[in-house]
Design a protein around this ligand. Structure first.
Ligand code: BTN
Length: 323
């Protein structure tokens, strides 16, 4: 742990109490001027720290930001949120950046976080509305030892993790719409964009991008009817850091289960959370549209649709509309 993080931990322990510069300097093991420098850096990041030449330092609070030290605090995971967290107040796209880092060799668990995205990306060339400090915009690098055809299941695992996190820390009842939408009362609250890079017959890396509308209260006209946020649904402002930690905990647990024990139990949970099972839908694919009733999620993560003439079809990708 670096000096700044050690100092932050100590100040947090003593939150609300003045601590003399000398005491801080002894505890951290660096000079008082080095402490002062780190306090200035923490203040620049948004931490509220009072100082007095007589009394020393008083830690008053943490900023409403997705800062790495905040995400790590008490997270309780093994890897997710504990490796390098690359933070940006503003970024074009966390998925774009994560793919760049992964191509340079960044290890599994590397996390890219932004307070705002100027070119947030959605599925099928769409954009992702990412206003400053209202949502969670994050991308996690994974390096699963799996064949490429297993990669789409990671989107489903992520969807279950998002739904479980929302169930755990909000009063909402989220539904999953295959393959990657999380809805509340029929409106989208979270989207997932997984991008995979393969080498020969193995996955090199997967970037899992998650965009969650947390405290967003206004959407542009084209999204007004189809999007929602935790805050719009509950009438309250939510702590984005807490929600993000919960997601990382759920995701690490489910991802490890998937790698060690397979997809079965997660597939079952996915089906319980799915809004599509038993519904009549139309699926728009690149070259055609198929209509039918959703029967089940296949063992390999495909959706089984029963067509108008009773024929069964496996759908691996597409845009689904409930009829
Ligand atoms: C979708 O539903 O179309 C997927 C949306 C995914 C948005 C997230 S926000 C963080 C990450 N970075 C991006 O550019 N996109 C994903």
């Amino acid at each position: 742990m670096g000096t700044k993080d050690e100092l932050l931990r100590y100040l947090r322990e003593e939150q609300g109490n003045w601590i003399s510069g000398e005491k801080v300097s002894r505890r951290i093991g660096v000079s008082r001027s080095a402490i002062w420098k780190q306090v200035s850096r923490l203040r620049q990041e948004g931490y509220v720290i009072r100082s007095s030449s007589k009394k020393g330092y008083l830690f008053l609070g943490t900023p409403e930001m997705l800062l790495p030290a905040e995400i790590r605090e008490g997270i309780g995971t093994e890897v997710f949120g504990r490796k390098e967290i690359v933070y940006f107040p503003e970024l074009d796209s966390t998925n774009r950046k994560a793919k760049e880092l992964a191509a340079e060799g960044a290890p599994e668990g590397t996390l890219v976080v932004a307070e705002e995205q100027t070119r947030g990306r959605g599925r099928i060339g769409r954009s992702w509305h990412s206003p400053f400090q209202t949502g969670i915009y994050m991308s996690l690098i994974l390096r699963p030892k799996l064949p490429p055809n297993e990669a789409p299941k990671i989107t489903l695992v992520t969807g279950v993790a998002v739904a479980e996190a929302l169930l755990a820390v909000t009063p909402l009842k989220p539904d999953i719409k295959w393959p990657n939408d999380i809805l509340v009362r029929g409106r989208k609250i979270c989207g997932i964009l997984t991008e995979t890079s393969t080498e020969m017959d193995a996955i090199d890396f997967v970037v899992v991008g998650v965009g969650m509308n947390v405290n967003t209260r206004e959407f542009p006209d084209d999204l007004k009817e189809i999007a929602t946020s935790v805050s719009l649904e509950t009438g309250k402002t939510f702590d984005r850091v807490m929600l993000m930690r919960e997601f990382l905990r759920q995701f690490e647990h489910l991802y490890t289960t998937f790698l060690h024990s397979g997809f079965e139990s997660i597939g079952k949970r996915w089906s319980e959370l799915s809004i599509l099972l038993g519904k009549d839908v139309s699926v728009h694919m690149i070259d055609r549209t198929c209509k039918g009733r959703v029967m089940e999620l296949d063992r390999d993560g495909a959706l089984i649709i029963k067509g108008e003439h009773g024929e069964l079809e496996k759908i691996y990708s597409g845009d689904i509309h409930i009829e």
